[in-house]
Write a protein that binds this ligand. Structure first.
Ligand code: CP
Length: 319
């Protein structure tokens, strides 16, 4: 592995989950692997979990870590080619990424979408330019369209907590007051569709009409607008808001009735509830679920560490 930007960079997800669980059981076995290697973490957007879990993962592997909040601490970045830089941008991504590549052995990048121009966001222009011009292995810390470290941690969590061989996993849209990216649900759907194809689970997506995700991420999933029907006999419910892909970046409904509470979970198979966090309590997900034994959100966030360590180990092994 010399790139980790989607599930397409993984040949066997079940094997990768098993590797992560082995690392979780023995976290310091590879402390010499990262000796004298440097991980650069570049954030163009805020983060708690991704930042801390990836740093800790690198430290467990004996790496040095440098973190930069490029949006606040770096020079204003020009990402377009062929422009005269006589405006507010100061440094071109071609030089910035190449310079980072001189200092680091592995690079992590977080770059959210603008949610204004679908074609621009889904081209992953900024992300791909960091990959191209840094010249070193890159791990996605969340791009405009995907959040693979989150999805990998989600699958680890499902495999750890499942009570049946092939659990029913439901991705359930939730209300929000702000338009959010599709990166987490795209990525979750993409990973779950792959896991379903490998026989690990059955996958269903439920959302209001107009919130269909791009088909490239949902191939193989059953999709329904009927949330109650989707929840029946579910073993895991993954709650997440996203804005419309079709009417790009828009909020189409207040989502009344879509927030889950314990009453709504009664039709499930004592489902465990997941969310990538941060979560807005009693808007996206009820406090009574978050504070109950049904919630896996903390365990899920904990598994971000093992997902990151597994990916970094694989990237280091290929450098
Ligand atoms: N789930 C997640 O990526 O959290 P952060 O945005 O805090 O990193």
């Amino acid at each position: 592995m010399n790139l980790f930007t989607s599930v397409n960079d993984v040949s066997d997800v079940a094997e990768l989950v098993n590797e992560a669980l082995a690392i979780k059981a023995n976290p310091y076995a590879d402390q010499s692997l990262g000796k004298n290697k440097t991980l650069g973490l570049i954030f163009l957007n805020p983060s708690l979990r991704t930042r801390l879990s990836t740093q800790k993962a690198a430290l467990n592997l004996g790496m040095n870590v440098m973190v930069m909040n490029m949006d606040k601490e770096g020079w204003a970045l020009e990402t377009r080619d062929g422009v005269v830089m006589n405006g507010t941008t100061v440094e071109h991504i071609r030089e910035a990424a190449a310079v980072i590549g001189e200092y680091c052995d592995v690079l992590g990048i977080r770059s959210f979408p603008g949610l204004k121009d679908r074609e621009e966001d889904y081209s992953e222009d900024i992300f791909n330019k960091f990959i191209k011009y840094s010249g070193i292995p890159v791990v996605s810390l969340e791009s405009a369209t995907r959040h693979p470290l989150q999805s990998f941690a989600d699958l680890i969590t499902i495999q750890e907590h499942k009570k049946v061989t092939r659990p029913k996993v439901v991705l359930s849209w939730a209300p929000h007051i702000k338009p959010l990216p599709q990166a987490v649900p795209n990525s979750f759907a993409e990973w779950m569709c792959r896991a379903q194809a490998e026989g690990l689970l059955d996958f269903v997506i439920t959302h209001p009409e107009g919130y269909e995700l791009a088909e490239e991420f949902t191939s193989g999933a059953r999709i329904t607008y009927d949330q109650d029907e989707a929840l029946k006999n579910a073993d895991f419910v993954y709650v997440k808001n996203w804005s419309s892909y079709q009417d790009y970046g828009k909020i189409l409904t207040s989502g009344d009735g879509w927030m889950l509470d314990l009453e709504r979970l009664k039709v499930t198979n004592e489902a465990k509830v997941m969310h990538c966090l941060p979560v807005r309590r009693d808007l996206e997900l009820s406090s009574e679920i978050l504070d109950s034994k049904e919630s896996l959100v903390i365990q899920e966030a904990g598994n971000r560490l093992w997902a990151a360590q597994t990916v970094l180990k694989n990237l280091l092994s290929s450098t």
